[in-house]
Design a protein around this ligand. Structure first.
Ligand code: ZN
Length: 352
């Protein structure tokens, strides 16, 4: 008897382009939401993006609640969740880099109220997906949440974000190659649910980005366009899969472990990029795509070594040998690598 079922949750409006920030309230209107908006932002995005959105609402006689968060701590999640729980708040807008959006996403999940993502940096695929990286003690971990109801990504604003945030977003997308390799392996060995469509979309997204790597240059609005479209399509792949599998494998476990061992040292996307070089080597050895991944990262100015990440060699080895313990996600690491093997892969790929 046929008993399969699938539930795909996607953002309803995805608006990317020049000056689309000025149309934020129109995008929200199209969702037919009720109640007052709660805008979650942080200090810099508040000036460049949240203030103009508040002005748009005020022109229409709506007075949004605004919460500015300084840090992605458990306390800020608590205070945003409390504000979002107020009866008159109908929905949330996360306006900022990863931090404000992650917090808005968590609070929205908690209160069962929808949220709109307004990224001011194209730094990771969490700006479009339901996945969010939440603080827990001195570490972070990834949880599944609803995807945003809408995404408003203004390429002019994104182009003004610090350049390394954009290269981190690119590296996060390039790592889709190894995430998909891990996913296929887990499907073959552990019967993990797999979607060929989501896998193909995720790989194609990485490929398009690599093919257009020469267009990814600082202060170029077109770069933000290329990167944001890729982040959107990566997020859609996760929505179709109903998990972060299409965009998160062993390279993400490696990055999460670095976050524990050496918090706030390097950007998420940069860490997964370096992780992806080593994971590619583990999958296919020296004849595999690890060099292509490294060269693509180099072409966009993303780090390819421990030194460029600002992380010492021993920490990289420790992360490699322990990251399989983080969560129940089967990858090429299986039940873990020993130290000798970890050193060898890191050396052979010039990471250390
Ligand atoms: Zn990522």
């Amino acid at each position: 008897m046929f008993q399969k079922s699938t539930w795909i949750r996607l953002p309803r409006n995805v608006v990317v382009g020049h000056d689309v920030l000025s149309r934020t309230v129109d995008v929200v209107d199209d969702l037919h939401l009720h109640g007052r908006p709660l805008i979650v932002t942080s200090p810099t995005p508040r000036e460049v993006a949240a203030a103009p959105i508040v002005a748009q609402y005020e022109e229409r006689g709506i007075d949004p609640e605004v919460v500015t968060v300084e840090k992605a701590t458990f306390e800020s999640v608590e205070s945003v969740t409390e504000a979002a729980g107020a009866d008159d708040i109908g929905y949330l807008l996360g306006v900022g880099g990863g931090k404000a959006i992650d917090i808005a996403k968590m609070a929205s999940d908690h209160c069962g109220k929808g949220f709109v993502s307004v990224p001011t940096a194209a730094s990771h695929d969490g700006i479009v997906s339901g996945r969010s990286s939440i603080p827990e003690g001195d570490t972070r971990h990834s949880v599944a949440a609803e995807p945003p109801l809408a995404v408003v990504a203004d390429t002019g604003v994104l182009a003004n974000a610090p350049w390394e945030l954009t290269t981190a977003g690119c590296a996060d997308i390039i790592s889709n190659y190894t995430a998909v390799l891990d996913w296929r392996l887990a499907n073959r060995l552990k019967d993990v649910e797999y979607s060929e469509y989501a896998a193909a979309l995720s790989e194609m997204t990485a490929e398009i980005l690599v093919d257009n790597a020469n267009m990814v240059r600082p202060n170029l609005e077109e770069s933000s366009w290329v990167v944001t479209k890729a982040l959107v399509s990566s997020g859609v792949a996760m929505s179709i899969a109903g998990s972060s599998r299409p965009a998160s494998g062993d390279e993400h476990l490696f990055s999460h472990q670095l976050d524990r061992l050496t918090p706030n040292t390097a950007l998420h996307g940069h860490q997964v990029g370096v992780g992806s070089i080593m994971t590619a080597f583990l999958h296919r050895g020296d004849r595999g795509i690890w060099r292509d991944i490294r060269d693509a990262l180099r072409a966009i100015d993303a780090p390819t070594t421990a030194t460029e990440l600002g992380i010492d060699d021993e920490t990289v080895i420790e992360a490699l040998t322990t990251c399989h313990e983080i969560r129940d996600r089967y990858t090429i690491l299986g039940d873990g690598m020993n130290e000798e093997a970890a050193r060898e892969v890191a050396r052979k790929t010039d990471v250390i």
